[in-house]
Design a protein around this ligand. Structure first.
Ligand code: NAD
Length: 285
């Protein structure tokens, strides 16, 4: 089966490596020349344009920065996608974009499946991502040989758009927990409790989260801040949560203050910084 990947950065590049290692026939497109060179060294062929890549692929995986880019790329390639091909969008995008792209697929004879991922570049490089799938279930079943290579766990969330809604909710919780665990650590340090002891206690109790179990030991307390996920991408996801809440008419009373912290109060932390650096906001006061 021929597989094309559009967007081969931190996440897409890891997926290319896994698929090539599994013996798949992989082509990629990314406008960045350095990334094109890296993909060639991995053993993938590199197309000159997204349109050239789309022709002849059974499966096209997208790993693009945001929904607007997904829509632009899809508008370019839709007429060139093979009949019965499947587009798997692993970007963190929006439910409305996914639903519109699924309709575009119906018109043009291909399936468009939501497949946003968790786990960061380390999981993309190891084939251990979690993927939230949504859309036509028969097409999701046909993706199994590929999702088995890329993931340690898949969850079929529902109809088109549901995967991206669930991913936005997941990242909203991660963004909130980073702020809250940082505040809990500072509060306890001020009360004379060491972070390591606090986290061991929290992680054995009801306050634990992915942030307290993974982020603090792996990227925060040791000063590494090298997760491969940026402030800019998490700010995008915080914005997507606010946008989805507005579209659905849901008040995010608890999250509003945390969103303000990510989107404006922490302006000194650049978009290029590791997203775990949000834990430094408010330190030293
Ligand atoms: P990245 O910036 O490393 O990669 C994005 C790639 O898309 C870049 O190489 C860029 O050159 C390419 N690109 C931009 N415009 C393009 C276009 N028009 N056509 C083709 N390629 C184009 O970002 P990433 O960290 O790999 O994230 C990709 C997606 O996955 C984002 O939506 C992100 O929110 C999501 N995600 C990232 C992580 C993470 O930890 N990095 C985790 C889960 C989900």
């Amino acid at each position: 089966m021929k597989i094309g990947i559009i967007g081969c950065g931190n996440m897409g590049g890891g997926m290319v490596g896994q698929l090539v290692a599994a013996g798949m026939d992989v082509s990629c497109y990314d406008p960045d020349a350095d990334i094109q060179a890296r993909m060639r060294t991995l053993g993938a062929s590199v197309a000159e344009t997204a349109r050239a890549l789309a022709t002849g692929q059974g499966i096209i995986i997208l790993s693009l920065p945001k929904a607007q880019v997904v829509e632009a790329v899809m508008a370019e390639i839709a007429p060139y996608i093979e009949a019965d091909a499947i587009v798997l969008d692993t970007s963190t995008s929006t439910p409305t974009t996914s639903q519109a792209m699924a309709k575009l697929g119906q018109t043009n004879g291909f399936d468009f499946i939501d497949g946003p991922v968790s786990g960061g570049p380390a999981a993309a490089n190891a084939g251990t991502m979690t993927m939230l799938l949504a859309g036509n279930h028969a097409a999701i079943d046909r993706l199994a040989p590929v999702t088995q290579i890329l993931t340690a766990k898949t969850v079929v969330v529902g109809a088109s758009g549901a995967g991206h809604a669930a991913k936005i909710a997941n990242n909203m919780l991660c963004a909130a927990n980073l702020v809250l665990v940082a505040e809990a650590v500072r509060m306890c340090e001020a009360a004379g409790v060491k972070p390591e002891g606090l986290l061991e206690g929290v992680n054995a109790g009801s306050g634990r989260s992915g942030v307290s179990v993974v982020n603090f030991p792996k990227w925060v307390l040791n000063g590494a801040f090298d997760s491969g996920f940026t402030m800019g991408l998490m700010r995008k996801d915080v914005g997507l949560a606010l946008e989805l809440a507005e579209q659905t008419g849901v008040d995010l009373n608890g999250f509003a203050g945390i969103a303000d912290l990510w989107l404006s109060k922490s302006g000194d932390i650049p978009d290029t910084a590791d997203f775990n650096e949000i834990t430094k906001y408010g330190a030293g006061k």
